[in-house]
Structure formats: structure tokens, C-alpha cells
Design a binder for this molecule. Structure first.
Ligand code: GLV
Ligand code: MN
Ligand code: MN
Length: 467
């Protein structure tokens, strides 16, 4: 079956060909305007009937599969932690694909990777797209990856079609969207968006093994990783940023809708808490005399659930994803407990209220249990981000032209887009994933759904690159 996009493009070429009999120059412009939905002043397509806009689905799938082998845990799980050996190998793989696609590749001081297709007006702010390839422990192979390899394939699709962008198109692979190693989410995109606060924090940040951020970066080959000012991008550096991603929720699959057009990204926050007690012998320490740091932590975990549910909104969520006890022996009363709490909401005020309640609970639990609350640290408390209408409209019309059903939706997960929205108009494209599974090995997106996402991305990029 000829994909619909081919029919669309072939008919545009035919249209161009027929019109060119009367006025070749005008016809090419009209073709481009029809294709992009925007008025343009320069002809950008070559009349090449052999070109095609179809996605090379098989190759893209084999690239996704190959990338998943750069993992520290066995298939089907994927674990790829920032600056690990596997991460460095995976980065090499992405740079290789960017080079094969004819992109000009650069890396910044922390390893955000940029592959640029220079447009016919290179002085204009480029249109950018991208995502991440780092993977939390025991996760799957599609989170982030679809938005990086899919973006490179979107460029290939446009190149094969004969399309020539006016604004340059840039594919970005962001460093460490996941907070796994240093507890900081969206590290690369936060820095790109100019976070001075993060630049300062990174100077004293260590991982769980006490390795400093700059030592880890050095080992991975990034020897100027503290040159943060070279990373920051000015607002307006891009005319648009758009990220393709699996939904990570079940809505699109359940409703049999091909594309989610994201209108907003929920506001995430994360908190680190430490309790300290006296510890001691699990047999000999009498119950009334104990101040068990572990019980304080578990009580706080239940309080997190309670405060989240009290909000009364399905959009408020909270998770205790890390709970560590010290010394971690069956016959020792925990003397230290460490929790990491993730809470989010599309409503920032409501999310902040939950954080305040969690703090009050931590204080009252420490008092009631006679344990010390040695740390209550809000690691990040980010505002939500809104998509830009310019981009959602371009994506919607791409879906209409490709005859793909779509719906507008919010993203409950965070993405690098949350931070790119600080320096650029932002939008996101979601595709369905199996049962909404994500952050676990069962994560799966069908080839057809990925191909649909890549087509919509390609067409959206094309529209934005001529506006
Ligand atoms: C991103 O991985 C998130 O946790 O939302
Ligand atoms: Mn993720
Ligand atoms: Mn992701």
C-alpha cells in the first residue's frame, strides 16, 4: 500500500508539474505553500518524482533495537546511566547516525549532541527537535529513543522527499533527562535553558559512589564540563522546538488514536528526606525505647499518598521511588533512612500545597518518633509548561493532511520540552504505547505508530522551517 503521505506529496509534485507549464516559479512556491500551510517566498522543493516521504520503518526499528543493546542489564530491560560506558557507546551510535544523515554534528560541554541540517537561510533561528537516550534502571527501549532516532529519520524522510528547509533543522540528543545518577532531571536541557542555579549546584554534586559530576563527565570524555556558560542558549536561539515521545500512558491506545498533540506538561517536583535515629540491636532494643528511622520514613511514605489523594484531582500524583535504610541488616534497627519523593500536578499551586503538607508531616513524624529530620531538601520544584499554539496548530494540520486521528492532551510525565519551553516556543507529539507501560522492560511501541509519529514530526518540521 502506498502510504498516504506519498500520495499527498506525489499529488503535490503533479500539481507543481502541471502548474509549471504556465509559470514554473509560482507553481513551486504554491506547492510549498500547500505542503507547509504557510506563505513562503522561496521555492524549496526540487521536482523529483523519484523522491518519497515514506519512513524507513524497518531500519528505524533495527536502530532502536541496536541502541537497546547498549545496556547494563539484560534484554528486554534497558539500563543506561549518564556517562557510563554504555552511555558513551550509545552516544557514539547516535553521532554516527547523525553523520550518515549528513547532519553537521557538535557536542556541548556536558554532551548535549546537536545535528544540524543547514537551511537555505542559515541566519534565521533554526527549528529543533529531539529527546534523550538515557534509561532508568530496568526500563524499556522506547522512552526518549523514539524522539532521537525518530527525529533523525524525520530528517531522512524530508531529505528523500527533496525538501529543502529555509530555517535550519536541528536534532538534539539531550544529556541525562533521567535523574538516576545525580538526582537532577533534564540536566542537559536545564543547562541549555540557562539555569545558573544548576550550574552552581553541579560544582558540588556527587553521585551515589561519591564521584563528582565533573569527574564522571571527564571520564566520559567531556573535559570542559564545568564551562557552563558555553552551554547556555539565548532565548530565541530556536524558532521552535518539538519533541516526539511515547505517551507513557494508556489513553491513545485505549481510544485508538494515532497521535497526541500535547498542550501542556505537568509541573514536577522532587524532594530528598533523611531521618536519623539511634539504631541498635533488633533483639535487645526494647520497643518503647526505640527511635526507628525506618519507621519514620515508612510513615512519611504513607503520608505522601494521603496528601496526594486529599487533593481530590486525578492529576495530582506522588511516588516514593527511593527508600534506603542504614545499615540495612535484618537484625539492626535502622539508624538512618533516606527517601526520595516525586510529586507532580498540572496545577502548580495544588502541587506546592502537597509539598507543604509533606514537609509538615516530616516535621511531626520526626517529633512523634523522636528521630532527627536531618534533611528535607526540595531538589526541584518546576513550573508546568504550555505548548505554543504556532506549533500545536502545525502538528494538528500535519495530522489532518496525513489523515491520522489525533487528540489534544496533557503530558503527566516531564520531558526536556519542559525546559526548552523557557527558551523557545515548544510543542510535543505523543504516539501510543502498549498499555501505557513505561519505565519498565515491557514498554513497547508498534512500528506503525512510530512511523506515524515520524511522519507527523517530519511534516511539522517542514511547516515550521518555512515559516
Ligand atoms: C521522565 O522520565 C519522567 O519521570 O517523567
Ligand atoms: Mn523516562
Ligand atoms: Mn522520556
Amino acid at each position: 500500500m502506498i502510504p498516504r503521505i506519498c500520495i499527498l506529496i506525489i499529488s503535490l509534485y503533479l500539481f507543481a508539474g502541471i502548474s509549471s507549464q504556465s509559470n514554473e516559479h509560482d507553481a513551486t512556491i504554491r506547492t510549498m505553500e500547500e505542503f507547509s500551510g504557510y506563505q513562503i517566498h522561496e521555492p524549496s522543493f526540487h521536482d523529483s518524482s523519484s523522491s518519497s516521504l515514506s519512513v524507513d520503518t524497518e531500519t528505524l526499528q533495527s536502530q532502536i533495537d541496536e541502541l537497546s543493546t547498549f545496556s547494563d542489564t539484560p534484554a528486554p530491560s534497558v539500563t543506561r546511566i549518564l556517562y557510563s560506558e554504555k552511555d558513551v557507546q550509545a552516544r557514539g551510535f547516535v553521532k554516527k547516525l547523525m553523520n550518515i544523515s549528513g547532519l553537521s554534528v557538535r557536542e556541548d560541554a556536558v554532551g548535549n549532541i546537536f545535528g544540524r541540517w543547514v537551511g537555505s537561510e542559515p541566519e534565521l533561528a533554526p527549528v529543533s527537535t529531539g529527546s534523550h537516550i538515557d534509561a532508568i534502571p530496568y526500563s524499556g527501549k522506547y522512552d526518549g529513543v523514539v524522539g532521537v532516532l525518530g527525529a533523525i529519520e524525520a530528517v531522512n524522510v524530508l531529505k528523500r522527499s527533496g525538501f529543502k528547509p529555509k530555517r535550519s533543522l536541528e536534532v538534539i540528543m539531550f544529556t541525562s533527562e533521567e535523574p538516576t545518577r545525580f538526582g537532577i532531571s533534564c540536566l542537559g536541557s536545564r543547562l541549555l535553558a540557562g539555569s545558573e542555579e544548576l550550574a552552581q549546584l553541579l560544582k558540588r554534586t556527587v553521585d551515589g559512589q561519591n564521584i563528582s559530576f565533573s569527574d564522571a563527565a571527564n571520564l566520559a570524555g567531556y573535559t570542559n564540563s564545568d564551562d557552563f556558560s558555553s552551554i547556555f542558549l539565548e532565548k530565541g536561539s530556536y524558532s521552535a522546538f518539538i519533541e516526539l515521545h511515547i505517551e507513557q500512558g494508556p489513553i491513545l491506545e485505549e481510544e485508538a488514536i494515532s497521535i497526541g498533540v500535547v498542550t501542556a506538561i505537568a509541573a514536577p517536583a522532587s524532594i530528598k528526606v533523611d531521618f536519623e535515629g539511634n539504631g541498635g540491636h533488633a533483639g535487645a532494643g526494647l520497643m518503647p525505647k526505640r527511635n526507628d528511622a525506618g519507621l519514620a520514613a515508612t510513615e512519611l511514605a504513607l503520608a505522601v499518598e494521603k496528601h496526594v489523594l486529599e487533593s481530590g484531582s486525578i492529576d495530582t500524583v506522588g511516588t516514593v521511588g527511593i527508600l534506603e535504610l542504614h545499615p540495612g541488616a535484618i537484625n539492626s534497627i535502622p539508624s538512618k533512612a533516606h527517601l526520595e519523593i516525586d510529586t507532580r500536578d498540572i496545577d502548580e499551586h495544588r502541587r506546592d500545597l502537597v509539598i507543604e503538607k509533606i514537609h509538615q508531616s516530616a516535621l511531626s513524624i520526626s517529633k512523634a518518633r523522636n528521630v532527627e529530620l536531618s534533611e528535607f531538601k526540595i531538589v526541584n520544584q518546576d513550573p508546568p509548561a504550555l505548548s505554543e499554539e504556532l506549533i500545536t496548530k502545525a502538528t494538528e494540520s500535519a495530522c489532518q493532511e496525513l489523515n491520522l486521528p489525533y487528540k489534544k492532551m496533557i503530558s503527566r510525565a516531564y520531558h526536556d520540552s519542559l525546559f526548552m519551553a523557557r527558551i523557545s516556543p515548544m510543542g510535543m507529539i505523543f504516539i501510543p504505547c502498549y498499555k501505557g507501560y513505561s519505565h519498565k522492560p515491557e514498554e513497547f511501541a508498534a512500528q506503525q505508530d512510530i512511523a506515524n509519529g515520524v511522519r507527523v514530526l517530519a511534516l511539522t518540521l517542514a511547516k515550521l522551517s518555512v515559516s
